[in-house]
Design a protein around this ligand. Structure first.
Ligand code: NAD
Length: 245
């Protein structure tokens, strides 16, 4: 479904991002993953190699626009284009507001929103020049329902939806589609960092009766990245088993 497409995936070293690397590779894409540190990027590349998956990896500081732009230029030089950008890097929060510092709040907004903005801003001119492209962002079901703690996280994901819907409209004349996937409760490290008391009641609220797997989200990205979704833009696709938070 993605033969010879060049795909950049941020937060590609583990969890949802890593599974998306695998699924896109299976479908013929040339994948470049981003991670936060050299060590985790090398570890992911080594692990993938053992499964006969060859990818390149980078670890630009997503909060430093110039650094991101330099890496994007390097990728363009080597591959000639970027067809798909998946902005998946993100961090979560679960403290109550009284314990949340201003730094906690700005930190999550920085990584989840400004980092996404920087990467999109660096890639868009190359997609505009090619008059084609797909941008996919990882949102969350909390961007629809909110959540009862860690207010910075849902706030950042509501912003991701705003960015997605607005850029879909702005970039449609350039033949660039922009969509987001809003995962429910997915089995990754992010989930295992949440306290059990917070997960158990959430599980009861999933009508499909199971927790989501990273592949459930990767498959949604695959559909949205493919030509099967060529008339879909500006959508926040819930992939959450009909969960109600
Ligand atoms: P994860 O913690 O396993 O992976 C997070 C990824 O983001 C890692 O690859 C990490 O390198 C990257 N990252 C984190 N901080 C970074 C930084 N400062 N700079 C660069 N990269 C950074 O989590 P996951 O569950 O796979 O989460 C992936 C995305 O899915 C996130 O955007 C998250 O908000 C979203 N999400 C997850 C769930 C869930 O239940 N797991 C639910 C809804 C949305």
């Amino acid at each position: 479904m993605l033969e010879d497409k060049v795909v950049v995936i941020t937060g590609g070293t583990r969890g949802i991002g890593l599974e998306t690397v695998k699924v896109f590779n299976e479908q013929g894409a040339k994948v470049i993953l981003f991670g936060s540190r050299e060590e985790t990027v090398l570890k992911a590349i080594e692990g993938l190699k053992k499964e006969n998956i060859m990818v390149k990896g980078y670890y630009p500081d997503l909060l430093n626009y110039d650094e991101v732009l330099n890496v994007i230029k390097e990728i363009i030089k080597e591959y000639g284009k970027i067809d798909v950008l998946i902005n998946n890097a993100g961090i979560a929060a679960n403290k109550k507001i009284g314990e949340t510092t201003v730094t906690d709040f700005t930190n999550i907004m920085d990584i989840n929103v400004t980092g996404m903005f920087n990467t999109i801003k660096a890639v868009v001119p190359f997609m505009q020049e090619a008059h084609q492209g797909v941008i996919l962002n990882t949102s969350s079901m909390v961007s629809i329902y909110g959540q009862p703690s860690g207010v910075g996280y849902p706030t950042s994901k509501f912003a991701v939806n705003g960015l997605t819907k607005s850029l879909a409209r702005e970039l449609a004349p350039d033949n660039i589609r922009v969509n987001a996937v809003a995962p429910g409760i997915i089995k990754t490290d992010m989930l295992s960092n949440l306290p059990k008391e917070q997960i158990a009641p959430l599980l009861k609220t999933i009508p499909l009766g199971r927790i989501g797997m990273p592949r459930d989200i990767a498959n949604a990205f695959l559909f949205l990245a493919s030509d099967m979704a060529s008339y879909i833009t500006g959508v926040i696709l819930s992939v959450d088993g009909a969960a109600q938070n």
